[in-house]
Design a protein around this ligand. Sequence first.
Ligand code: SF4
Length: 233
Amino acid sequence: MKRDELLKEMGLGPLWKLRPPFVKPSGPPREAPSLLSAAADERTRAIAAMGWAELRQAVAECTACALHKTRKQAVLGVGDIHAEWLFIGEGPGAEEDERGEPFVGQAGKLLDAMLAAIGLKRGENVYIANAVKCRPPNNRTPEASETAACWPFLARQIELIRPKLIVALGKPAAQTLLQQEVTIAKARGLVHDFAGIALIVTYHPAYLLRNLPEKAKAWEDLCFMRKTMAGLG
Ligand code: SF4
């Protein structure tokens, strides 16, 4: 797909300037982050020792929060397990719950277009996951207790992938990773430091589909991500 077509797919016309400031994260990239707190419980410690196969099975069988009651299947994630880019959304929707893959349907199509706009492709140097692995009923926002219960799985994915850059798509993902209340407006345009890994916050594709004017800001963020990754070497 040509650049103009990609921009059209994203609902964008003109190009936009990069948004300052550009701040390199502290800490060395590509080292395994230590995400296990000293007070971690037995379940968390067990998850922190899992490989991909065990992780997939544990997620499929997990009943640690109420979301397991209404899911069709848990959705671990998809993509290159050695990726430099890790995109993290909120949770599976109806189609994801049905198909077992994150970001399918309209939001997924838009995410694919966003990836293509910066020269990326799903599955190639890109891994896509969610903060919670089971679909919240009626696509509601996951509750804090649910993201907390699911955190050990996401933390283990991050440890196993060791990405260079994490992109938090939307507020729930950003809050899960930054462990604080955030607004996208304030958190975007900065490189946050997540255990030595660069972290950038932008809008969730589903939000962009409902708020077309924000697509221009998403394009700014994409340019910022690309620039940041280039700066990480
Ligand atoms: S959302 Fe996460 S913690 Fe909750 S049941 Fe699903 S896999 Fe387990």
